[in-house]
Structures are given as structure tokens and as C-alpha cells.
Write a protein that binds this ligand. Structure first.
Ligand SMILES: NC(=O)c1ccc[n+]([C@@H]2O[C@H](COP(=O)([O-])OP(=O)(O)OC[C@H]3O[C@@H](n4cnc5c(N)ncnc54)[C@H](OP(=O)(O)O)[C@@H]3O)[C@@H](O)[C@H]2O)c1
Length: 300
């Protein structure tokens, strides 16, 4: 019986497997790479760090040993936050008081970040308005897009080449459960967060092989502390206390998720329920129901 031509076939098969492993290895390897460890010349950047989730992210990053650059508009408040963090955790905290709705300010900050060793970028600053777009201040709505969309995009593009060049980095983007579905009476915010959500989850797939982690934070209601009943905003009055989650918990689980390159972190019951509901219910059904709730937030 003539020899079966096993050798060439097996050689081809081995070569194919080797090629496949070669292709997959960097993906597997980089996927398991942690975000860069703290180092004296590296900086973790947090936008919107003067209060709320951003302040908690800055504090948690410092607790993990990262030196920081923190940004917001109010320089005096930023300085107080920076001093408190340095006193508590002994890290360097640089402040950058910038209005990120201003394209020139975004460009200057982006140029600086592109030159620095940025290990982590938390694109967190964001604002929301409630009510029908036609009744809202057009400039305010445009500023909201500049902050929630353009600042996220510009600063991410600024740090990406450096992170890819160093084969390491982490980008956390504060999107929202509100970006999962249409929300009448919160249209600009919902649309801006749809951008943040989709940009984050798309980018993650592109840079995974380069060792850069990208995680979307998509929370529901988060607060530092619930104010006195007399001082509560309409949002705070409408959402029952047990559904709120705190900023420190949000920061901790978000940075853990970034470390593991999770696609999306959804802290809290409300955001999980919103995410599930928007994933299964038709948009035409969801929009009027959610819109009716948000109409109240617009003051009607
Ligand atoms: N809290 C929630 O329930 C919740 C839920 C879902 C998603 N999110 C998202 O999570 C992020 C943080 O939310 P948060 O509730 O912690 O926000 P927040 O308490 O309102 O704080 C917003 C931060 O952004 C800064 N900021 C506002 N306008 C700015 C501008 N034009 N230029 C630069 N910085 C500006 C503010 O500082 P200055 O005023 O000093 O500028 C502040 O540090 C946002 O993107 C938000 O959409 C929050």
C-alpha cells in the first residue's frame, strides 16, 4: 500500500495552528496585561474631578498609588481636592482648571496630554439638561455636546498614540445607562451618552491588541450623599433612596473593571434594570414611557 501523504498535510496543519496561535497570542497576552502600574513620571488624568464621580475616581486612583492630573472649571475647588488627596495618599496632583466646552482649551489640554506619559485617562466630565430641546437654551445644549462628546473624543485621540506606543494604558469613559435608548425631554444628554457608550465599546475592540484597556462606565443614579429633603433636586426627589449608589463604590468597581478590560461596568440596580429593559424592549415602546418620566425632570 502506498504511503498516505500524511507528512505534508500534518506540516501544513502545524503551520496553520502555529500561525493561528501567533495571531491570537498578542490578543490573549495583552488582554491580561494590567493597566500600567503607578510610576513617578506617569499621570492618571481625571476630567470633572472637582466633585461627584470624578472626585471619587481621583481619590481611588491616588489610593492605588497613581500620580494625577485633575481637571474641572473651578480652580479653587480643584486645588482643595488636590491638597486633600495629596495629604491623604502622598501622590502628586497637578490641577488644570479648563472649560472643556471651549475648543481652544480642549486643544491645549490635548496637546499637553499627548506629550506626557499618560497611563490612565478617565473621561468623566459631563452635564445633563432636562426638558424639550426646543425650550432649552441652544447655547447650553451646544455646550453639552462639546463637553459630553467632543471633549471625550478629543482627549482620547490625544492620549491614544502615546498609550499604543508604550503598549499600555487605560481609558475609562463615563457614559450612561441613559445612552442606551431614546429619552424625550433629555434628548441632547441621551444622544451624547449614546456617543460615549458606542465610542467606548467600539474603541475597545480596536486597541485591545495594543495593550490599551477601554471600559465604559454606564451608571444609573449616583450621588455623593443625599442632601436634606428641602435641598433635594427634582431628580433626587423622584428617585427612591435605595436606588442611589455612592460615588466611592462607583469609582472602585469602575477602576477594577478597567484593570480587567471589561467592556462595560454597570453599577447599581437601576442602571442594570435600565440596561436590560432597553436591550429587550422596542425603542418605539420605551421612548414615550421614559419620556413621560423625564418630562417631570424638565419641570412640567
Ligand atoms: N451621577 C449620576 O447619577 C450619573 C449617572 C449616569 C452617568 N453619569 C455621568 O458621570 C459623569 C460624572 O457625573 P457626576 O454626577 O459625578 O457629575 P457632577 O457631580 O455634576 O460633576 C461634573 C464635573 O464636571 C465638571 N464640569 C462641568 N462642566 C464642565 C466644563 N464645561 N468643563 C470642564 N469641566 C466641567 C464639574 O466641575 P466644574 O463645575 O468645576 O467645572 C464637575 O467636576 C458625567 O459624565 C455624567 O453624565 C452620572
Amino acid at each position: 500500500m502506498a504511503d498516505m501523504p500524511v507528512a505534508p498535510q500534518s506540516h501544513d496543519a502545524h503551520a496553520a495552528i502555529r500561525d493561528l496561535v501567533g495571531l491570537l497570542m498578542p490578543v490573549v497576552y495583552h488582554d491580561r496585561m494590567p493597566v500600567p502600574s503607578p510610576s513617578p513620571d506617569a499621570r492618571a488624568v481625571v476630567t470633572g474631578a472637582s466633585q461627584g464621580i470624578g472626585e471619587a475616581l481621583a481619590n481611588e486612583l491616588a489610593a492605588r498609588g497613581h500620580h494625577l492630573i485633575i481637571t474641572a472649571r473651578r480652580g479653587d475647588v480643584l486645588q482643595t481636592v488636590a491638597d486633600r488627596i495629596t495629604a491623604r495618599h502622598g501622590v502628586t496632583v497637578e490641577i488644570r482648571p479648563v472649560d472643556l466646552t471651549d475648543s481652544g482649551a480642549r486643544r491645549d489640554l490635548g496637546n499637553e496630554l499627548a506629550e506626557r506619559n499618560i497611563s490612565i485617562l478617565c473621561n468623566n466630565a459631563g452635564t445633563a439638561t432636562f426638558g424639550p430641546v426646543a425650550a432649552l437654551d441652544p447655547e447650553g445644549e451646544q455646550d453639552q455636546v462639546a463637553l459630553n462628546v467632543n471633549a471625550v473624543h478629543d482627549l482620547t485621540l490625544a492620549v491614544l498614540p502615546g498609550m499604543i506606543g508604550r503598549a499600555g494604558g487605560g481609558i475609562l469613559i463615563s457614559g450612561s445607562a441613559a445612552g442606551n435608548s431614546p429619552i424625550p425631554n433629555n434628548a441632547t444628554y441621551a444622544a451624547s451618552k449614546a456617543f460615549a457608550n458606542t465610542f467606548s465599546e467600539s474603541l475597545r475592540g480596536e486597541v485591545k491588541k495594543d495593550g490599551v484597556h477601554v471600559t465604559l462606565l454606564a451608571p444609573g443614579p449616583v450621588r455623593t450623599e443625599l442632601p436634606d429633603a428641602s435641598e433635594r433636586s427634582l431628580v433626587e426627589k423622584l428617585i427612591p433612596e435605595f436606588l442611589w449608589i455612592d460615588t466611592e463604590y462607583t469609582a472602585r468597581v469602575s477602576l477594577d473593571a478597567l484593570e480587567h478590560n471589561r467592556m462595560r461596568v454597570v453599577p447599581g440596580l437601576t442602571s442594570k434594570a435600565m440596561s436590560v429593559a432597553s436591550g429587550y424592549a422596542p425603542r418605539a415602546v420605551v421612548a414615550p414611557i421614559v419620556g413621560a418620566v423625564y418630562k417631570k425632570l424638565g419641570g412640567d
